[in-house]
Design a protein around this ligand. Sequence first.
Ligand SMILES: [Zn+2]
Length: 881
Amino acid sequence: MQFFARAALVAAFALPLTGIASAAPEPPFNFDTTYGNLPKDVVPRAYTISVTPDPDHLALKGSETVRIEVRKPTKTVVFNALNLTFSRASVDGVPATVVPDDKTQRATLTAGKILQPGMHSLALTYAGKMETSGQGLFRQPYLGADGKQHVMISTQFESTDARRMFPCWDEPAFRAVYTLSATLPAAWSAVSNMPVASRVVHGATATTTFQPSEKMASYLVVLSAGDLKSISDVDANGTRHEVWATNGYEEEGRYALANSKQILEAYDAYFGIKFPPPKLSSIAVPGGFSGAMENWGGITYNDQILLLGKSGTLGQKEEIYSVQAHEMAHQWFGDLVTMSWWDDLWLNESFASWMSARQTNLANPTWLWWQDQDGDKEGAMSADAEITSHPIQTHVTDELQAEAAFDPAITYSKGQAFLRMTEAYLGPDTFRSGIRLYMQNRKFSNATATDLWIALSKASGKDVAAYANGWIGQAGFPLVSVTATCDATGNRTIALHQERFLISGISDPAKTVWNIPVGIASGSGASTYTMVSAPDQTGIPAGSCNEPLRANAGDIGFYRVAYDAQTLATNTKAFGTLPDDDKIAMLDDQWALTLAGKTDLKTYLALANAMGSDHDTRAWTQIVGSLGTIERDERNKPGHAAFTAYARTLVHPLFDSLGWDAKPDDAPPVRTLRNRVIGALGQWGDPGIIAEAKKRFAAFVADRSTLTPDEQNVVLGIVGTYADQATFDQIHAFAKAAKNQTEAERYYFALEGAKDPTLAEQGMEIAISSEIPPQAANSVPGMVFSNVDWNPSLAYAFGKAHGKQVFKAFTGMDMVFLALFVPPAFADAAPLDDVQAWVTSLVPPGSDAYIQRGMSSAKLRLQLKSRIVEQADSAMSFSRS
Ligand SMILES: [Zn+2]
């Protein structure tokens, strides 16, 4: 699963360290002993489910027969159900009673007689509710291609919401076969995990029955239906690929359809096990939720990350490809082999994230995707550098914790980076052999991390568990300090010291140690790995003292490096000659060390100034991002003007060489870089850039063909920031007249984030108005909070006054995350106790631990802000002297 609203909103957050120094390794998967809240004495083998949704009344009716295996004599059968009422129940035709309990989300059936071990047939007739946001079976209103209001229905079951549509054993270890049928308006199409087996029309309605599914977990069942149309194709291995969209938008699925074929063929080959279902549908849902969900054979996507219209940008193409690659990786990691329990959610999400990055990079080499992913890695490291961070693997006991386990920074991005480091350390071929073995061993079943270590150890001959458990079982990551010594002939020997890196600057009270595969390279030489397992390791040969040293060669490791002063000076001098990946790693590390108060900002600025004519997009994005942080933190402070002038001077030569207009031979990342540099200079008040953006906007008003969609984004961003009322009204008119959602969102976002408080207020009012189509409801929080940048107090007051409207599309899962991102985002917008009270009023009960983490991040944010302002002022007076 992937969430975009959340990823976009989350600033930096983490879960509490509960004194875990190292996690006890878990045993391989065993159904009987794996954690869960349902008894294992009754096991479902096959479900036959018939549902009749009634979206007009937000209701549903259902009947279900479950083939159950009773493993020891019992009179009671416990399963999950939520918001369901039961009108009839029987076992083997003998009437039974069912008592549901919505508090525990479980129902208890008492049979008419004792059930003996063996197979039995459980029959239930029930009624339930449909939801209005992506949780269970939900109703999705949308504005169609015909300009009219329509309704479709879809499902979102992960983690624990299948129980809202049908009674089930809703835990990942209870795999079963699902045969689903749905009675719906006859004019509608219905899509599920498997192809349609039969369709019977009865007047105005039709009952569609799908073929029995693979044996799978309940959270992977899908049903989407409405006025939908599809395009399709068959791949080289015989799998049928479909893209479904609301009527009139199906042709915008061509890009996704081609990707789907390419990615599945690559994955069939990588895993050595062909995709099991006969078809793979990609279903574009207009709204409902903001990400995508990997239901086996029927992946659902928010339509904005599946469909690519004429006004699509390069960024959207990249996002569509990488999200497809993520969800399709789940067809193996998650669907074919499922985590035993939510503790091991990382087996799903870290792997899908890593596999997606790997595939996106391989298939689109000009995108430099691994460099782009360094941004995600930095996001993970910044969250994981807080004392309150949590391990990749965390114990989950209830539904709320299962939801909160989907932590984008740690479960997704840190996990992805850890796997990339592991692949590089074991070697890609060995790693793939281990993955294939794991898939073979665990297919159509479940797994724990230990099952994976067993397979990787067998493939590599190394004790992978010993290396890996510290990375998934401990919070945080190490700082590796390098001290070089040179002998008389100039040969370099290095000593390495490891200690947990904490951004607050304190030293780790737990003295955590990792097994770190440190990739060392001297000069232009290749890297070699040294496994550092102790706090200190000495006597490592590392080339010649007059050459630069890279101690995280290729930017592959999940650790930071601090070089001794002499080595840093050598590296800074040779910075222009280093490979881009290493420049990126050094910029990241030197910036983080500055934030942590472990070095002087001047050492970072020296690297930034040494970029010269290098146009690497990620390296410059890192620089522009860091300078942007300082610029924001300096606002309303005496040093703001001096620093902003400095930042503009540092970046302007890059803009001079890129110019405003794309060149035909620009690689895709260069196009991205140009927009970022122009956007940053605009943000920093560069008069020439602002004037040119206004000029280009005026030309665009006269002739809408003068700017490509990518150029519109950057011009609208600057013009929107410095808008006057007339400009604001012009953009607003464009928004209202937009022909499709992609275009509309581009204009509506440009109405947010104006410097002028009156316009900022107007923008926020528009964001919560009925002008925003229902399918864009998930974008509303992002729109409103764009105003935090220039008008933090105003955005805070608005959010507080209109929280219900702002977050109306958020599900329970999203709301838990608000506790983590809201406090740091508003740390300097309002008194912290006021922020805490507001957050507490927003989030579901039981979220106290998350609120505490959010508040801890807010305090840290203020601490880092004062530290960085002090550093910047000192560096500026130095550069003036
Ligand atoms: Zn996922």
